[in-house]
Ligand binder design. Structure first.
Ligand code: C2O
Ligand code: CU
Length: 486
């Protein structure tokens, strides 16, 4: 019967597609590192800096096995680096040229909820969305990625992600290396599982946390080398993976300075030999090399806390990521200021404490419901959020709109590299993380912000909640004096 035969052929094709064996891609650390281009922008008559981002599908050549089906912004894989300064008004024309709905979320950005690019700001295929807001937060390494409910893991995995660097004229004198692509290098680290036909598998082997690939790439380069031409180089590390947790360090345990975390500069440079980042987290580090020296950026076995002994992190947990090769003669670098930023969390100012328990795919026993607001926060409030994972496999916690600080982990002060401005934190199982944050500037009773696990399979499967920021004065019909009230 022809119809049955056609169906059988279709099944056979599907099976072939699925059963192309998984392969490991060799890395020789010979090719130059790809650097995402800086996004072009123009400033219009009203002073707004305007960017254009188009999400699209395509194919990208990573291996000799053939072109991989990928997604990218303004290209076929990843996206350009957006860059703007504190005080600037920015607008982004986000066009969706995919065959499916998407959204673009500005991870780490303080902005009105309607501009946030979460699940409530989906962009239909063919449509353009134009958020605009004023950059009003310290210099930081932020990023952007899709956030459509239930589809985030696959879209990010396929390549929709880019960096968003914020500058702050007030801290421009930090002495940190700052020439993009020369001594200030963005590093988007991701893992992929290649199959013999050159495609990427999204299979997760029932490991509870999502796909773990055996090939790691930095900015889309597999096994690359970056030439260093200055005495010091600043690396902006982004864990852009959907599930994998990296414990970054260098060959021979070489020390480096951590100068910033998710939301901006630490108070002072901090010498370390490793820094662990879970999906969505960032760190800026500064490395010194002698003329002619080379080293390897690698990830070693992460410290996940009390995860089940049976929890295997995708078999392998050590990876060489990027070779750094210093030129025979190096340009001098400025001295890094010993004082980078000042902030002090004010626990006394907190008026509300909320608690969040993560388990399975739920937060406080509930899965994400687009039509349910889980928390209502008063504009201007400082709050403490106590967050805890009850599982023996990894979760982390990300909050939109704000940067928080960690007051304590199970009652103890956080280590220095976790004491700065953060928007995402790894949750060591069964420990209580006390986070403090203030909800300033933007209230909208109708449009929620999200909080969620940033392991994207978990997020897609419902480990997310919604909060609105409401202005009690406005809700009571009291007019609020302000620049936009005429
Ligand atoms: Cu980076 Cu709600 O996400
Ligand atoms: Cu999780």
């Amino acid at each position: 019967h022809p119809a049955a035969r056609a169906a059988a052929v279709a099944v056979a094709l599907t099976l072939t597609g699925c059963s192309s064996p998984e392969i490991d891609v060799p890395a020789d650390f010979g090719q130059p590192l790809m650097i995402p281009p800086l996004a072009e922008s123009h400033v219009d008559a009203s002073g707004t800096r305007i960017f254009d981002l188009t999400a699209r599908g395509g194919t990208t050549e990573f291996t000799a096995a053939g072109a991989t089906e990928t997604m990218g912004y303004n290209g076929t894989f990843l996206g350009p680096t957006l860059r703007a300064a504190r005080g600037e008004k920015v607008a982004v024309n986000v066009t969706n040229s995919l065959a499916e709905a998407t959204s673009v979320h500005w991870h780490g950005m303080h902005l009105p909820a309607a501009m946030d690019g979460g699940p409530h700001q989906e962009v239909a295929p063919g449509a353009t969305w134009r958020p605009e807001w004023i950059i009003d937060q310290p210099a930081a390494t932020l990023w952007y990625h899709p956030h459509p409910h239930g589809r985030t893991e696959e879209q990010v995995y396929r390549g929709l992600a880019g960096m968003f660097i914020l500058d702050d004229p007030d801290t421009a004198s930090s002495g940190l290396p700052g020439t993009y692509g020369v001594d200030d290098i963005p590093l988007i680290v991701q893992d992929k599982q290649f199959t013999a036909d050159g495609q990427w598998s999204l299979k997760n082997d029932g490991n509870e946390i999502g796909v773990l690939g055996s090939t790691t790439m930095v900015n889309g380069s597999i096994g690359a080398v970056q030439q260093v031409t200055t005495e010091q180089v600043r690396l902006r590390l982004l864990n852009g993976s959907t599930a994998r947790i990296y414990n970054f360090g260098f060959a021979n345990d070489r020390p480096f300075q951590v100068v910033a975390t998710d939301g901006g500069l630490l108070q002072a440079p901090l010498e370390r030999r490793n820094i662990q980042l879970s999906p969505g987290e960032r760190a800026e580090i500064v490395l010194s090399l002698a003329p002619g020296e080379e080293t390897m950026l690698r990830s070693s076995k992460p410290d996940l806390g009390a995860v089940a002994a049976s929890f295997a992190f995708g078999g392998e947990d050590s990876f060489d990521l990027l070779k750094l090769q210093a030129a025979p003669v190096l340009q001098p670098s400025a001295k890094i200021s010993p004082r980078l930023a000042t902030f002090a969390p004010d626990e006394e100012a907190a008026s509300v404490t909320r608690s969040f328990t993560l388990a399975g795919r739920e937060i406080n026993g509930r899965k994400m419901d687009m039509d349910r607001i889980d928390q209502t926060v008063a504009l201007g409030a400082t709050e403490i959020w106590e967050v805890r994972s009850r599982n023996s496999f990894p979760h982390n916690f990300h909050i939109h709109d704000v940067q928080f600080q960690i007051l304590s982990i199970d009652g103890a002060e956080p280590p220095e590299h976790l004491a700065g401005r953060k928007d995402t934190v790894y949750l060591s199982p069964r420990k209580t993380y006390r986070l403090i944050m203030s909800f300033e500037d933007y209230a909208d009773p109708d449009v929620p912000f999200m909080y969620h696990c940033h392991l994207l399979l978990h997020e897609d499967e419902g480990m997310m909640g919604q909060f609105t920021v409401t202005d009690p004065a406005a809700d009571a019909g009291v007019s609020k004096p302000g620049p936009d009230h005429d």
